[in-house]
Structures are given as C-alpha cells and as structure tokens.
Design a protein around this ligand. Structure first.
Ligand SMILES: [Zn+2]
Length: 202
C-alpha cells in the first residue's frame, strides 16, 4: 500500500473511533514534490485516492480552487520544517486530548511513566516525558509560529507530538504507520490518565 492509501485507511479508522468527527482533523504526508494534505471541510471517513492536495514548497497547491488544503496546513509545515525525519503528520480532535489539555501547567503536561512510552523511543534514563500544550489562538498561524519556535530550539528526548488547548492532538512519525501508532499511544496514555484520576476521586 502506498503512503496516500495508508493515510486514507488511517483516516477511516480514526473517523470510526470518533477522533475526526464532523470533518475535523487533518492528515498529511511528505512527498518529493511537497506536502500532501487532506482538503478543508472533508469528511475523513470517505476520503479516496487522489483526494490529497499537493502543497509545494512555496505554498501553491496542485489543485484548482475552490478545493483548499486544510486551514491547519501551517501546523504541518512547522513540523516538517523542524523535523527532517517526519514523513507524516496527523492532527485529530479527541475528547480525551481536549480534557487533558486543561490539566497543563505553564504550557506543559507531565505524562505518567507508563511502559507505553517506550513506543515513542523514550528510555527510563531520559528526562521525564512532558507534552507541550499550546494556546488555541484564533489565528492558526500564531499557533504554528509557537510550534516552530519550540521545535527549533529543543534538544534531547522530545515526544513526537503536542496538544493545543481545548482543540486536539498533533503527532508526527517517519511514516503514516508510525504517525498512526503515535496517535494510538497518546490515546492510551490519555485514557489511562483520565481513568486513574476518576477512580482515585471516587
Ligand atoms: Zn484542529
């Protein structure tokens, strides 16, 4: 299966899990020609081969209006610019990521030291994992600039993702398969955090 068809399969799976409801979320892959991204306003459960829009380096699309690339394209571009190894970026709106985004302090959410973290390449000798949480500025470009700043100056181990407050989860991976795995790992960790807090408060 090629990368575009893999992405479309993942879009359908994530739509079925309620992570891309109401045309929300957007997915992209890096190709030699540029970024291929889901179009704005499309139901993610019914994407087909050829639906992805090509956005070349300078921003022009390979398609004719009124089909537009996702309004959150700039988030994807900020990641690809700063992560040479990123081959796919997935952005989803899950209930759990929205709730947990409100638990952050000073723009950071500390994650519990679950075995699942090893799926991100985290090792026990690495610093405790912290997920950045950005403000949900009305201008997506302003969020993308903050993402750009953070990713360009970091060093050491960093989780391949971030939250936007009351908005959703964005991850990247070296392939669509890895990006999908990262969404699933974060989802598991978020559900653990929610359920453990709920149980301890009873
Ligand atoms: Zn979004």
């Amino acid at each position: 299966m090629n990368s575009e068809n893999e992405l479309i399969t993942h879009a359908r799976m994530m739509y079925d899990r309620g992570w891309m409801a109401g045309t929300s979320g957007n997915l992209s892959i890096r190709s030699p020609e540029g970024i291929r991204i889901t179009p704005s306003g499309r139901d993610k459960g019914t994407l087909r081969t050829g639906d992805l829009l090509l956005v070349r380096e300078r921003g022009e699309t390979g398609h004719i209006l009124p089909v537009r690339p996702s309004a959150e394209l700039s988030l994807h571009q900020a990641i690809y610019r700063n992560r040479a190894g990123a081959g796919a970026v997935y952005h989803v709106h899950t209930v759990e990521s929205n709730i947990l985004s409100e638990w952050a302090t000073s723009g950071k959410l500390c994650l519990p030291l679950l075995e699942m973290l090893k799926g991100f390449g985290w090792k026990p000798e690495d610093p405790d994992p912290v997920l950045p949480v950005f403000s949900n500025h009305p201008d997506v470009g302003a969020i993308a600039r903050e993402v750009d700043q953070l990713l360009s100056r970091e060093s050491g181990f960093r989780l391949p993702g971030f939250l936007i407050r009351l908005h959703g989860l964005t991850v990247w991976g070296n392939s669509p398969e890895e990006a999908f795995k990262h969404v699933e790992l974060f989802d598991f960790i978020f559900r653990y955090m929610l359920q453990s807090r709920f149980l301890s408060s009873r």
